[in-house]
Design a protein around this ligand. Structure first.
Ligand code: NAP
Length: 193
């Protein structure tokens, strides 16, 4: 799990272990108990995904360095293509299609300050869609993703928004559901209440 110490990553790790999976945490920082690796380095992805069934990426670059998200996505795709692990990326909501028929990030009321990360997330999805080697799946959370309850009850959809909010705990349930029973191979899905 790349981004394992982040707010999404921590809950995905917990959900995975709760279901009895062996989960390795990866962080760029030494000392947090995780294995050290950078999602943006193909050699790290190869080393850490060798012998693994699934690699999960939930990395968020620091503001101003949004380009790193796309670079990390390319490296994750290239790395798993070499080792044969499946790749599940937790991305952004910006590229989802609203009921009005436009992209979330193009809505007039979309917060300006979220523009750079939302556009990087949309590009991240395009990079996945252009890939011909890796077995990837891209999960777009809804716009509001916050710590909350693990209910296990939510809606699942494809490119269109199915709700505007979900708890990170339930997002983690959706990640592990897809890990265990893949439904969106080389595709994007979303969840929401
Ligand atoms: N509504 C939405 O669309 C929405 C809302 C929230 C989050 N998200 C998405 O969910 C994902 C995770 O977000 P989050 O809230 O969990 O972020 P976060 O709490 O900031 O954690 C992100 C983690 O990414 C790691 N990281 C960054 N670059 C890395 C790299 N190159 N290699 C390895 N690890 C790297 C950092 O770990 P280290 O510093 O330890 O390496 C950090 O712990 C992001 O893609 C974010 O855009 C989407």
């Amino acid at each position: 799990m790349f981004g394992a110490l982040g707010s999404v990553g921590r809950r995905v790790v917990e959900e995975g272990r709760r279901r009895g999976h062996e989960v390795a945490e990866v962080s760029r920082r030494a000392g947090g108990g995780a294995e050290v690796g950078d999602a943006g380095m193909v050699a790290d992805v190869v080393r850490l995904s060798a012998g693994r069934d699934v690699v999960i990426g939930a990395t968020r670059p620091t503001p101003g360095r949004e380009d790193e998200l796309v670079a990390a996505t390319r490296a994750l795709l290239a790395g798993v293509a070499e080792t044969g692990a499946r790749l599940l990326i937790v991305g952004g909501a910006g590229s989802l299609v609203t009921p009005a028929g436009h992209m979330v990030l193009e809505a007039p009321d979309f917060p300006v300050e979220l523009g750079p990360i939302a556009r990087a997330g949309a590009e991240q999805l395009e990079v996945c869609r252009a890939d011909r080697e890796a077995e990837w799946t891209y999960l777009s959370p809804p716009v509001l993703l916050e710590p909350g309850e693990r209910t296990g009850v939510f809606r699942v959809g494809g490119d269109e928004q199915v709700g505007e909010v979900i708890s990170i705990e339930d997002l983690a349930v959706a990640v592990l559901d897809e890990v265990e029973r893949p439904r969106y191979r080389r595709g994007r899905f979303t969840v929401g209440y």
